[in-house]
Each structure stands twice: as structure tokens, then as C-alpha cells.
Design a protein around this ligand. Structure first.
Ligand code: AMP
Length: 399
């Protein structure tokens, strides 16, 4: 079975074609600058990447170009689009109604359109990608996989914010959680490498990248997570503030005359590691600058680490226990110094890592960094959201 996984952003379209028998990615690529020019980077497995500049006025044209590259004699991996059995779409937000991965129908699209007000950045491009597929590949099963669905079973006292209840009832303001596909994938992979049923495990998964979130997974189900109504809540990120006193927003508006949009831009694009350090949103640069004695880089590093520690402590308390801790995504998979700082002085929770293993880890595979005898297993698990989407898509296509 061949599955095409699509991830549509406001001006981009990322794709991967999976052969599900082998689990291999046959080709992948990215269309960028959609609506403002256009570029495509396409890579067939085992071949050099191919790059082109081409006019891509919308997501439909971008998808047409992707399909023509996938089937081209020179760069392609399939003879015809008919070889694609199903398409899986990454969708950030499923709202309150779409609680599991689902086949895309007119009514699914209608519902997604109705929740664009709470998902203004990611909703419209995802819908455009679905519509383009439905018109170009009308006979192929289309599946939507939501970042929010892993959190569909968290309890109300963890998702309702303590503000007037009508804002939840009427405006659907609540914690939704994001990165769910990644947390779901790495927690399942962890259970596999530990050789234990996930139903018996209490796991905290730390997805640490340019956007970061932490999730408590009890018995295979997410019971709490750090991101909320939007991916803004939680720990400090590359350019996002994460959680701050909400009054800071109104104070800035009142005292500086900023508009709502300006404050949102500051908290989304100019805060986090970048805002505190003043030098970069990239954790590698922060680490390097901190080592050279840059005080603000050091402060940004400490704020990040402290936020992660606090969530681990809170989630261990919520689950009344902890069996395993997982690090994933760009920072989690690559930055030994962050993992070391997070796990330092955490023996209260049973977390102790082997510093040698942590520093000399092997990239790209699940890697155990637990100190011998520690109560909690600590692992680096590379995330693979696209593969998780392909698996869900395959399951639904076979029904
Ligand atoms: P992501 O959003 O998952 O791509 O992660 C981006 C973050 O991961 C950035 O802050 C990078 O500093 C960090 N990162 C990504 N790749 C590496 C790497 N090879 N070594 C160290 N840090 C990395």
C-alpha cells in the first residue's frame, strides 16, 4: 500500500510518499512560497535532491506539481497517481468534535471551516490541501489526522480554564493541546522498546523543538499537556513566550498602546529563547553563547530547563508516579546538555541519567540514557509524525 502524507502550511506544502509494506519513505519534499512565487525541493530516496523555482499560485497547483514529480520518469517513484492508495493530511486542530483520525468528507470539511476562528493560521491551508486532493484525486481515500486528537480524553478539570464558564460553552475556549501525533508516536515506541504494555506505563514525553510541549501519558492515554487553547501555552519556546501572567498582555496594551495583533506578534515571534537572549531562537546558538559567558543566553537556557522540570514534577504528581521520561524533536533528540540539565537533581522522582550515554548517544534510533539502577527509564525517541499519520491513514483506508 502506498500512502501520501501531506502537511499544508500557510505558504508551504510538505509531502512524503510511504511504501507501507517496507515502511520506507520513497520520496519526500517541500513546496514553499505558495502564493508568492514558488519553489519545490523534491527528494527521491537514494537520489540527490531536485530543486526548482516554479509559479505556485495556490495549494492546488502545488499539489499538481507534487503529483507530476512523483510520477515523472526522471524524479518519480511511481508510474501513475493511481498507485497512491490513500492520502493522510496533517491537521493541527480537530476542535471538540473530531476526536480521532477520520476519513475526510464534506461534513468533516464543513466542521473544520466552522472552527477556523479558533485555528486561523493552520485551518485554511489544511482545508485548501484537502480540497485540492479531493478535486485532483476524487477516488482516493483521504484521511485527516489531528494534532489535538490525542487529548480528546483528558478530563474537564484539566481542559477548562478558570474563567467565566460561558467562554468555554459559547466560544470553545479551552485547552486543546497540540503535537499530539508526536507524543502518541513516541509513547507507543517507548512501550515497544521497553517491551511492556503501554497500559501499564506512566510516561512523560517532552517534545522539545522550535515549538515545545510536554505531555503526561498514563496507560497509553494523554491525561494532561502543556499547550492549551493555542500552541502558545506551556514552556518557553524558540520565539514563543509560553505561559506568562495574562495581565502582562493588557498591561502592555495599556501602557505601550500596542494593538492586540502587536502583542500577539511579540509573544509569538519575538519572545521565548529569542526574546530573552536577544541573539537567536535556535537552542544550539543559545547553548554556544551561554558557554562563552553570554548572560542573557544563559538566562534563556535556564528558563527553558526550569519550565521543563516544573512540568515533569507536575505531571508525576498528576499521575501519582512515573515509569519513563522521553525526549524527542530537534532539541530533545540532539541536545545532550538540555537533557542533562533537565535530569539533574531529579532523583526525587526516580530520574537519573547516565551522563556518558547521554553525551555519546546514537542519533536517529531509540536510545536508552538511564543510569543503571534508576527507577525511571529515560530514553531519546526520534519522533516521526508523518509515519504515524501514514499508519492511521492505512488503518482507515483498509476499513
Ligand atoms: P524542531 O522544531 O524539532 O526542528 O527543532 C528545532 C530546534 O532543535 C532548534 O532549537 C535547534 O537548535 C535544535 N536542533 C535541531 N537539530 C539539531 C542538532 N542536530 N543538534 C543540536 N540541536 C538541534
Amino acid at each position: 500500500m502506498k500512502i501520501l502524507v501531506l502537511n499544508a502550511g500557510s505558504s508551504s506544502l510538505k509531502y512524503q510518499l510511504f511504501d507501507m509494506e517496507s515502511g520506507a519513505v520513497q520520496a519526500k519534499g517541500t513546496c514553499e512560497r505558495i502564493g508568492a512565487g514558488g519553489t519545490v525541493t523534491h527528494k527521491r530516496s537514494g537520489a540527490e535532491p531536485y530543486f526548482e523555482e516554479i509559479d505556485l499560485p495556490n495549494h492546488g497547483v502545488a499539489l499538481e506539481r507534487v503529483l507530476s514529480l512523483l510520477t515523472s520518469a526522471e524524479y518519480g517513484v511511481i508510474a501513475s497517481v493511481k498507485e497512491i492508495d490513500a492520502v493522510g493530511h496533517r491537521v493541527a486542530h480537530g476542535g471538540e468534535q473530531l476526536k480521532t483520525s477520520t476519513k475526510i468528507t464534506e461534513s468533516v470539511i464543513k466542521y473544520l471551516e466552522s472552527i477556523v476562528p479558533i485555528n486561523p493560521l493552520h485551518g485554511p491551508p489544511a482545508i485548501a490541501g484537502m480540497k485540492a486532493c479531493l478535486s485532483l484525486m476524487p477516488d482516493v481515500v483521504q484521511v485527516a489526522v489531528f494534532d489535538t486528537s490525542f487529548y480528546s480524553e483528558i478530563e474537564d478539570f484539566r481542559y477548562v480554564y478558570p474563567i467565566p464558564y460561558e467562554f468555554y460553552e459559547q466560544d470553545h475556549i479551552r485547552r486543546y493541546g497540540f503535537h499530539g501525533t508526536s507524543h502518541r508516536y513516541v509513547s507507543a515506541e517507548l512501550a515497544k522498546v521497553l517491551g511492556k504494555p503501554i497500559e501499564e506505563l506512566k510516561i512523560i514525553t517532552c517534545h522539545l523543538g522550535n515549538g515545545s510541549s510536554i505531555t503526561a501519558v498514563d496507560g497509553g492515554k494523554a491525561i494532561d499537556t502543556s499547550m492549551g487553547f493555542t500552541p502558545q501555552e506551556g514552556i518557553a519556546m524558540g520565539t514563543r513566550s509560553g505561559s506568562i501572567d495574562p495581565t502582562v498582555v493588557t498591561y502592555l496594551m495599556k501602557t505601550k498602546g500596542y494593538s492586540a495583533q502587536e502583542v500577539e506578534d511579540i509573544l509569538n515571534k519575538k519572545s521565548g529563547l529569542l526574546g530573552v537572549s536577544g541573539i537567536s531562537n535556535d537552542c544550539r546558538n543559545i547553548t554556544a553563547a551561554a558557554k562563552e559567558g553570554n548572560k542573557r543566553a544563559e538566562l534563556a537556557f535556564k528558563i527553558l530547563v526550569n519550565g521543563i522540570k516544573k512540568h515533569i514534577g507536575a505531571y508525576a504528581a498528576e499521575m501519582n508516579g512515573l515509569d519513563a521520561l522521553v525526549f524527542t524533536a530537534g532539541i530533545g533528540e540532539n541536545q545532550a546538555n538540555i537533557r542533562e540539565a533537565v535530569c539533574e537533581n531529579m532523583s526525587l522522582f526516580g530520574i537519573e541519567i547516565d551522563k556518558e550515554k547521554n553525551e555519546n548517544f546514537t542519533r536517529g534510533i531509540p536510545f536508552d540514557i538511564t543510569k543503571e539502577g534508576a527507577r525511571v527509564a529515560t530514553w531519546i525517541i526520534p519522533t516521526d509524525e508523518e509515519y504515524m499519520i501514514a499508519i492511521d491513514t492505512q488503518k482507515l483506508a483498509q476499513q
